[in-house]
Design a protein around this ligand. Structure first.
Ligand code: PHE
Length: 445
């Protein structure tokens, strides 16, 4: 068997993982989730969820991936627990499912870059969104986005993913930072900062039942957990660096980019008197595009913003495609370009229905958020926390100065608090799905 690929450098792995984490979730969904869930109150719960639930769960994925050096499905067999492959299958299917509609949104973003340059949405952002978000044109841009994703993955771990994310991630930070600095010059943007940065305890307490699942779901999505992505990326490590330090770097950088995106979006909206969080998957595109249309140099600003969004989306999409590709690359002798192309084609096909209607896309998204992600993370935590415990502790300590008791503290967390938090999220999420399904049935009858 030929030598399995590895990252060329430690920084390369970290940036690739940051690229996976930083995506549509940070730049597009996060500011609007914040808006829809009470502003800064949401951010407090979200940050707690990221550090107390997301970070330990990410380490759990790393520990499995690095030790097994296999794709998420075979990893469990390699660690001696064949039956637990079902957890890997669930994660891999989730990656397949999520990329299908993620790529449709990626296609919108490409369309919006062109639209910004030409000022195409300046005369009516809502009508424009309606015209480009669903229908044959949306399918065409979905295909284009997927083709670029396939093109990167075809070049492999070090040659494709590592090389491209080394360029994309710093570009995202620089461009977004530039936009955030520019946003400080906006008249009336101050209310945006206040809304965003000063939590209101009453809002928090009275809405905790809806804020909690939204915040935990957002934390998983943004950290790329539950889809095998972090297992896969860690499986290419081939080195003994400190997983806790690398993981913490990734989590902090991802959070930083999310907060930075908020520092761009909220001042813009408030300076124009637009209320954030009017909900819905399209709202972000409509309100922001509408805002750019009213700003001086809006074409340039709009183009830069959507370029950031595209880089973020691409560096995440490649990690999703890599999850599925790695399974076949580990198990067949077909070339990586052939596998990436075939899988990209299949995922493209699965995404087509969601390019024909916003409500279909919202349904794809709801299944992922409310069911696949929490279920997959929960089973994974049970595996690491209760089944594979001794080896997991040793693996976490490998290459670190971490004491036995430090690693055991992590394990204790992974056994108790973290899965409990996820379980609550899953139950609340299923309830949301049931309500949605009821509404759907009513609409049909
Ligand atoms: N983390 C990405 C985002 O925030 C989404 C993603 C999830 C990417 C899972 C890869 C794996 O947009």
């Amino acid at each position: 068997m030929s030598q399995r690929e590895t990252w060329a450098t430690r920084v390369g792995f970290i940036l690739a993982a940051v690229g996976s984490a930083v995506g549509l979730g940070n730049v597009w969904q996060f500011p609007f989730q914040t808006g829809a869930n009470g502003g800064a109150a949401f951010i407090v719960v979200y940050l707690l969820a990221v550090f107390l639930i997301g970070f330990p769960a990410m380490l759990a994925e790393f520990v499995i991936g690095r030790r097994a050096e296999r794709n998420p499905i075979d990893a469990f067999a390699r660690l001696g627990h064949r039956n637990w492959r079902v957890v890997g299958i669930l994660g891999t299917l989730s990656a397949f499912w999520i990329l299908a509609f993620y790529s449709v949104v990626g296609g919108w973003v490409i369309r919006y870059i062109i639209g910004s340059v030409r000022g195409a949405y300046f005369s009516g952002s809502e009508a424009y969104f309606g015209a480009v978000s669903a229908g044959p044109e949306a399918v065409a841009f979905h295909a284009l986005f997927m083709a670029i994703t396939v093109g990167i993955v075809a070049f492999g771990i070090a040659g494709g993913i590592e090389r491209s994310t080394k360029l994309m991630v710093p570009s995202i930070v620089l461009l977004l930072g530039g936009l955030a600095i520019w946003a400080t010059t906006l008249d009336g943007g101050g209310a945006g900062y206040a809304y965003y940065l000063s939590p209101d305890v009453d809002t928090l307490v009275s809405n905790i039942g809806s804020i909690l699942p939204a915040a935990v779901g957002q934390a998983f999505f943004t950290l790329s957990l539950g889809m095998g992505a972090m297992i896969t990326y860690a499986s290419y490590l081939g080195r003994d660096d400190s997983l806790p330090i690398d993981g913490a770097t990734i989590v902090v950088l991802n959070t930083f980019v999310g907060l930075l995106a908020g520092l761009v979006v909220f001042p813009i909206l408030f300076s124009l008197g637009i209320e954030p969080g009017s909900g819905g998957l399209g709202a972000a595109f409509i309100t922001l595009a509408g805002a750019f249309a009213q700003l001086p140099a809006g074409r340039l600003l709009g183009a830069v913003f959507f370029i950031v969004l595209l880089l973020a989306a691409l560096s995440s999409a490649i990690s999703l495609l890599e999850v599925v590709t790695s399974y076949l690359a580990d198990n067949t002798s077909y070339s990586r370009p052939a596998l990436a192309t075939a899988l990209g084609g299949a995922i493209f096909a699965l995404g087509i229905p969601s390019a024909f209607g916003l409500s279909i896309l919202a349904w794809y998204n709801a299944i992922a958020y409310n069911l696949l992600l929490p279920l997959s993370v929960l089973t994974l935590l049970v595996f690491v926390g209760w089944v594979d415990t001794g080896d997991a502790v040793a693996e976490l300590r490998r290459g670190t100065g971490l004491s036995e008791s430090g690693a055991v503290a992590w394990l204790w967390f992974v056994r108790t608090i973290v899965p409990l938090g996820v379980l609550v999220t899953l139950l609340l999420g299923l309830q949301t799905l049931a309500v949605d399904a009821g509404l759907l049935a009513e609409a049909i009858v």
